[in-house]
Design a protein around this ligand. Sequence first.
Ligand SMILES: C[C@@](CO)(OP(=O)(O)O)[C@H](O)COP(=O)(O)OP(=O)(O)OC[C@H]1O[C@@H](n2ccc(N)nc2=O)[C@H](O)[C@@H]1O
Ligand SMILES: Nc1ncnc2c1ncn2[C@@H]1O[C@H](COP(=O)(O)OP(=O)(O)O)[C@@H](O)[C@H]1O
Length: 281
Amino acid sequence: MTTLTLPAVAKLNLFLHITGRREDGYHNLETLFQLLDVGDELRFSLRQDGAIGLDCNNSELINEQNLVLRAARLLQQYSGCKLGCDIYLEKHLPMGGGLGGGSSDAATTLLGLNKLWQLQLSIDVLADLGLSLGADVPLFVRGFTAFAQGVGEKLQPLQLDEKLYLVVTPNCHVSTAEIFQHPDLIRNSKPIPPGEVLSANWRNDCQPLVERLYPIVAITLQWLVEYAPCQMTGTGASVFAAFPDQTSAQHALAQLPANCHGFIARGVNQSPVWAALADTE
Ligand SMILES: C[C@@](CO)(OP(=O)(O)O)[C@H](O)COP(=O)(O)OP(=O)(O)OC[C@H]1O[C@@H](n2ccc(N)nc2=O)[C@H](O)[C@@H]1O
Ligand SMILES: Nc1ncnc2c1ncn2[C@@H]1O[C@H](COP(=O)(O)OP(=O)(O)O)[C@@H](O)[C@H]1O
């Protein structure tokens, strides 16, 4: 095998509770990660000379900080592999919107190159490598909808109804670091008792602060709630609502405010990257 094309899907945080701050400054969370069936696409082509190249439909993303390049270099270094690759990233997901696109791209890179370079590293090893790139990467490596604790790396798979979501990203960039450093962030939520995840009070502890600091997020939620109950994902700025069918979701999407980007996606219990990898067997 010399080429491989794989998806890198988005996630929603159906709830995000912050239960405390750790000594290293990071926060312990409890969150319900819902994978979606839409996202970016990555194409990998094997190189024998060990070099790693990146091309992308968004030229701003072609730089050494791209999580795709960082994941590829990390894997090459860890495994001692002498092979290289050219990677084309077709970016569809809004960036920095709480949809985990960068983390998902990194996870797909780890999974894809593990295959293309025939490394046969275990999923546990890939998830640990991924965690050093970002808190959400292990979720996308494991590829199942899950209840998460810690900074998001302790994952328990969950089977949820595969609902239809409208995801709306207002035209603003929320800094994750700014939100977590803010003195007014709610960071003392009680942990959910074992077995009560599905009946817990689902809310996003970052949402009140983000709505105050970024009024466009509050305005977007006020627009969306006219159609269905809605919430913010991650540290924002994207918001989402579940709809009973395509027609009602399309109806809301057609009324989207001018300063927003929106798409419809289905929640999935298993990441499409696993089906795509299985097709290559
Ligand atoms: C909170 C979540 C929920 O999905 O938000 P989104 O990024 O998806 O919006 C993520 O876990 C975010 O993960 P990620 O986006 O990888 O965050 P990082 O780049 O690792 O962290 C940026 C900064 O946020 C703070 N941070 C991040 C995660 C965490 N659990 N506690 C923190 O305090 C740290 O100050 C860190 O320096
Ligand atoms: N492949 C990538 N795709 C998107 N963003 C990336 C990528 N690599 C690095 N980044 C950087 O990571 C930041 C967060 O990206 P993203 O994962 O899309 O958002 P979030 O963490 O809010 O869900 C972006 O603002 C961008 O600067």
